[in-house]
Design a protein around this ligand. Structure first.
Ligand code: BTN
Length: 235
């Protein structure tokens, strides 16, 4: 689409109203109402970045393992960035991709469930490719780090290949390999940092994620587990 409100919304509508094939991609040059995690918005300069959603049908995946779609997507994006010779790539739980501490990619996954299995998953990816100026200092793009622009078509096909490879690992049931690699790249893992929850600000150490994908943080010798909406990373 030359322009659309949100590729995720469009992909969800398509998958509900028609028999579209697994792997269908909805992509736009200009997303006018991009949606982010926790009800936030996603803004990307028109024509400079990738904003797209891919429709998956992970019917082989039990709902209790749905976090692995997050794992697969985050790893695929990191794989792709590594192929592009970028370094200092980390996954900020659950699935922000940082390069040298700058967020260059956000992911929004929306699932449709039937019984105990996943029916459809819309994996929305916003990857900052050629944009140079950002409204916030925490954001960045591939071009900023490589000092040259990339073809958006090449980036899309490279990224989708990485996603397919990781998705096939998931389909083969390689949960342990995927989780191990995810934890290897997890931002702040094993380091003392500040976090904020409803209880207030505290210092703790990320030690991993549990089987539901909740973040495991050790605070004064005790383990606590958090959902996405329950914890904020401070510094
Ligand atoms: C986040 O980091 O908060 C997630 C951002 C996800 C943005 C992508 S862009 C393509 C797709 N369509 C949307 O409306 N959102 C996702």
């Amino acid at each position: 689409m030359p322009e659309c409100h949100s590729t995720n919304t469009l992909a969800l509508e398509l998958s509900q109203n028609s028999a579209i094939a697994e792997g269908t991609i909805v992509i736009t040059d200009n997303q006018t109402a991009g949606r982010g995690q926790r009800g936030s918005s996603w803004q990307a300069e028109a024509g400079k970045n990738l904003t797209f959603s891919i429709v998956l049908k992970p019917v082989f995946l039990e709902v209790k393992n749905q976090f692995f779609l997050t794992v697969v997507t985050a790893l695929a994006i990191s794989d792709f960035l590594r192929e592009k010779m970028l370094d200092f790539i980390t996954i900020k739980w659950p699935n922000d991709i940082l390069v040298h501490e700058k967020k260059i990619c956000g992911v929004l996954i929306e699932n449709q469930v039937q019984g105990r299995a996943l029916q459809t998953a819309v994996v929305g990816i916003g990857l900052n490719v050629n944009q140079i100026h950002f409204p916030v200092s925490t954001a960045g793009s591939i071009a900023q780090f490589l000092s040259h622009e990339l073809s958006l078509n090449d980036v899309l096909s490279g990224l989708v290949s990485c996603l397919e490879a990781r998705y096939l690992q998931l389909r083969q049931g390689k949960f342990d390999v995927l989780k191990h690699e995810y934890l290897l790249h997890l931002h702040w893992k094993g380091e003392q940092h500040f976090f904020e929850t409803e209880q207030g600000v505290f210092s703790g150490v990320i030690v991993g994620v549990d089987e539901h994908g909740r973040l495991a943080v050790e605070v004064e010798g005790k383990l606590a587990f958090y959902d996405v909406k329950q914890i904020r990373f401070l510094k």
